[in-house]
Write a protein that binds this ligand. Structure first.
Ligand SMILES: [Zn+2]
Length: 313
């Protein structure tokens, strides 16, 4: 997707060839296809560090051009929206965002813009996340209640959700054992001032041995959860409780013992809050649910439409 404004043709989280400026909102894989070794892109410093760790390449960032601004998106560490002041019109591209506060991401900052361009991760009004504080409390209660009964294994996306989960567990005195992929990314969170306590075999094997002598809490990519459950059950001869922490548990059945709708995205209600905060008179939707998201926003009284491949200000 491309946004044209004055001398800039901006690729929005994509590898648009026609563009002369690439904006990368955050370091999740579905937003970094446009990042190339040696090519400059506009992004925050934490995003640069996270992508370098994930893609194992050095990348270059560029200065923020006049008339543009990067605003915190509240989604994961380093996530930013792009605000562009055009000739007469302004626009803001949200990337992934959430309106609720997270302990491991900078709080979202909104700014008035005539046009708002939104991702459509949760396009349905009927999907409403539980209150975030309640969800966090439920996770903490669950781990404390099961702690003497067996091992608890969480499936959580390795970037963003895992770090939020580590923080939630740390709050009740639990230091989780995490997969090395989680550990490498969590170290970057710590480098940017977010204190997280966890153990991983690649950092401190003896600490992991110590923690796993008794029941422990583990965090792993959801795709490896059920295989890891079998391995742990065989290795330790204990009951292994499985849990997921994701907003998608509202849509999919993960086949686990318990699921928590801990999300770092906006649901439909939050999307409306965002549009209202931007005072946007035109809303453009992106992604595979763009059509249905725009239709549902129209039903809710907004002037919304799916974004075309390119848009001019
Ligand atoms: Zn994301």
């Amino acid at each position: 997707m491309r946004l044209d404004s004055g001398k800039y043709s901006i690729a929005l989280d994509s590898g648009e060839r026609e563009s002369n400026l690439r904006f990368v909102s955050h370091a999740h894989f579905d937003h970094i296809s446009g990042v190339r070794k040696g090519k400059e892109a506009l992004m925050s410093q934490p995003t640069k560090k996270l992508i370098e760790e994930r893609k194992k390449i050095d990348i270059k960032t560029c200065c923020i051009p006049e008339g543009m601004e990067l605003l915190s998106a509240g989604h994961i560490l380093g996530s930013r929206q792009l605000f562009v002041q055009g000739d007469g019109y302004s626009a803001v591209y949200s990337g992934d965002f959430q309106m609720r506060e997270s302990a491991v991401a900078e709080k979202i900052k909104t700014k008035k813009a005539e046009k708002a361009i939104l991702d459509s991760t949760y396009p349905f009004p009927e999907i409403v996340f539980d209150d975030k504080d309640e969800t966090i409390e439920n996770i903490q209660k669950y781990v404390l209640s099961k702690g003497d009964k067996g091992i608890i294994l969480f499936g959580a996306y390795v970037l963003g959700k895992s770090q939020e989960l580590i923080h939630i567990l740390n709050e009740v005195g639990i230091k989780p054992v995490v997969h090395p992929k989680v550990s490498k990314l969590s170290r970057i969170y710590t480098d940017f001032g977010i204190n997280l306590e966890y153990a991983s075999v690649t950092d401190n094997e003896s600490e992991v041995e110590e923690l796993t002598r008794r029941n422990f809490v583990g965090i792993i990519d959801p795709r490896s959860l059920l295989e890891a459950k079998m391995n742990l059950s065989n290795s330790y001869g204990k009951r292994v409780f499985t849990a997921v922490a994701t907003g998608f548990s509202r849509i999919f059945n993960f086949g686990v013992d318990v699921s928590f709708s801990l999300s770092d995205h906006a649901d439909f209600v939050q999307a409306m809050e965002y549009i209202d905060a931007c005072c946007a008179s035109e809303v453009y939707t992106l992604g595979k649910n763009a059509e249905i998201f725009a239709a549902n926003l129209c039903k809710a009284g907004y002037n919304a439409m799916p974004m075309k491949e390119e848009m001019s200000l």
